[in-house]
Design a protein around this ligand. Structure first.
Ligand SMILES: Nc1ncnc2c1ncn2[C@@H]1O[C@H](COP(=O)(O)OP(=O)(O)OP(=O)(O)O)[C@@H](O)[C@H]1O
Ligand SMILES: [Mg+2]
Length: 313
């Protein structure tokens, strides 16, 4: 199949949805004895552009604003609407698919169709193009929510469906030091992967921000290292490790605003001394360990059922 003849969801829906589902049910009808001069007032008051004309239980025609305009333009005398209405009423059955309505709108160019019951032929409602659009949008919205729901529960199913005492997903990204062109790539690839797993967007965002800040520190202050993310049913654990130069005073670097970033790094927009604090805000728990000359390890845990806030040690 080429992309051109692919069936869209809309095309599918016009076959699925019945006219009765989208039509207006509380129809305002007009008596055939009503005078043309009264029509404008009625249509305006009821905020409609046309209505079926009913003689008791029987539908005898349809009158619309177009008929009124024509009557005005022709400067004819006042008369009952039964003389100006269209008597050849095109109807649709409530159990027909929407596509029939779409076709009839195209073929006849009318603004509205009366919808009747197939057996009793009783008037059930009226359908306009607006009703069709509204009905389709509503269905598409429901589709969208259903999809989101399925998507969000995917990770839960994933862990439930696999038979093991413990299931762990591991993602690893290598980070090159001083490579500003690729800086942030690891965090953004991890974010995309977690999203695809169907994790809560809020959780994904927190992991992504924390990982990004840690990755940037690797790019700026080290020769490179590794991001490892471990996804478990109830938590995501990210370890960002490098092999030097290490941090002499771990407590000091955790202070908001503390930074050793040189001028040229600050000119790139980094070096506010807020990265580690941002990580702290995103994490359920954060642990920074470092040894000068050896390297630094940052452990970030985000509980998947957790709201926000954090603790350090
Ligand atoms: N992996 C690391 N290796 C060595 N030093 C680090 C490492 N990570 C952070 N640091 C030190 O900790 C300081 C504070 O880091 P933090 O991420 O909080 O702020 P920043 O990187 O200076 O500025 P910002 O993140 O706001 O752009 C850094 O300036 C740097 O001296
Ligand atoms: Mg930083």
């Amino acid at each position: 199949m080429t992309p051109d003849n692919k069936i869209s969801r809309i095309q599918e829906l016009v076959y699925e949805i019945r006219i009765g589902e989208v039509m207006q049910k509380d129809v305002i009808t007009i008596n055939p004895q009503t005078n043309m001069s009264e029509l404008r007032g009625i249509l305006r008051e009821k905020r409609i552009s046309g209505a079926p004309v009913m003689d008791g239980d029987k539908m005898v025609g349809i009158i619309s604003i177009e008929d009124f305009i024509k009557w005005l333009a022709d400067r004819e005398n006042d008369c009952p609407i039964s003389e100006k209405m269209s008597k050849d009423v095109k109807t649709l059955y409530a159990d027909e698919p929407l596509t029939h309505a779409v076709n009839k709108f195209e073929r006849f160019g009318f603004g509205r169709f009366a919808v009747i019951d197939r057996q009793s032929r009783r008037l059930l409602g009226i359908i306009t193009k607006g009703n069709i659009v509204e009905g389709l949008l509503k269905k598409l919205e429901i589709d969208h929510y259903k999809e989101e729901e399925v998507y969000c529960r995917r990770v839960e199913h994933f862990f439930e469906d696999i038979l093991a005492d413990k299931v762990v997903l591991l993602f690893q990204y290598d980070v090159a030091g001083h490579d500003f062109k690729r800086a942030g790539e690891g965090a953004s690839r991890l974010k995309a992967s977690l999203k695809r797993l169907g994790l809560d967007p809020q959780i994904v965002r927190r992991v992504a921000i924390a990982t990004y800040e840690a990755e940037m520190n690797l790019v700026i202050y080290t020769e490179g290292g590794q991001i490892r993310a471990r996804v478990e049913p109830h938590e995501i654990f990210v370890k960002v490790a490098d092999s030097g130069p290490g941090i002499p005073d771990v407590q000091k670097v955790l202070r908001p605003g503390y930074s050793t970033a040189p001028e040229w790094i600050r000119n790139l927009g980094f070096g506010a001394g807020m990265g580690l604090n941002n990580i702290l805000k995103c994490a359920s728990k954060m642990d920074l360990r470092s040894e000068v000359g050896k390297g630094t390890q940052l452990y970030i845990r985000v509980d998947t059922k957790d709201g926000a806030t954090s603790e350090t040690n």
